[in-house]
Design a protein around this ligand. Sequence first.
Ligand code: HEC
Length: 192
Amino acid sequence: MRKYKIFAIICSLTLFLTITFTNNSTNIAQAKIEDPELTELRAIEQKLAPKAARQNMIPPIKKKKMVAWLKAGLYKELFTAEPTIHGSTGPHGGNVRTFYNPILTENLRAGKKTWDVGAAMVKELYLSSTNQVSGYAVMIKVDEESGADGSGWIYFESFSGSADNAFYGKGVQLCANCHRGGVDFLLATFRP
Ligand code: HEC
């Protein structure tokens, strides 16, 4: 009699668990129609849109759009360029030239030590050349606070200038670990 009771309990437990987990997995499947990362990127885009008083003031934050924008050289329109191409003192592969967007430029001119949301830098990577851009490194501040872990920034770097095999994401630790040593994550010493 006792054995049957235990058997019955196991049966109802199995049934209960099956129903619960089957339901859960359909719920998860339904909730995952949208890639959470894309949703986050869209929210950031919406946050930055009113900040960009003019087109080409802030780099596009989605990787492929960003690469197309970089290759078209659109950062040159409004950004402030370092006066010269020079050797990088960081692991940025040789010769570099950094550009600051108008938000960062204004913050620097105002003597600030932390940057507004939308502050951005584009760095041309020349590798061993002095006249041919091979790749780019980009940082865009997307949260009010940079955060000790640098999660308030979107990072991008590609030595070949391609969206494939690029370092890309929000709060990329590899980049943040070094850049947190700068003035609100800015390491270049050029001041406009
Ligand atoms: C070990 C240190 C180090 C790491 C790691 C690093 N950087 Fe840098 N980065 C520098 C230094 C130093 C500069 C200053 C300019 C120079 O000398 O190249 C710089 C400059 C930059 C700039 C121009 C703005 C600024 O802060 O001066 C960008 C953009 C940039 N890095 C992006 C990145 C990205 C994206 C990554 C990760 C894929 C990264 N960096 C990883 C050291 C680092």
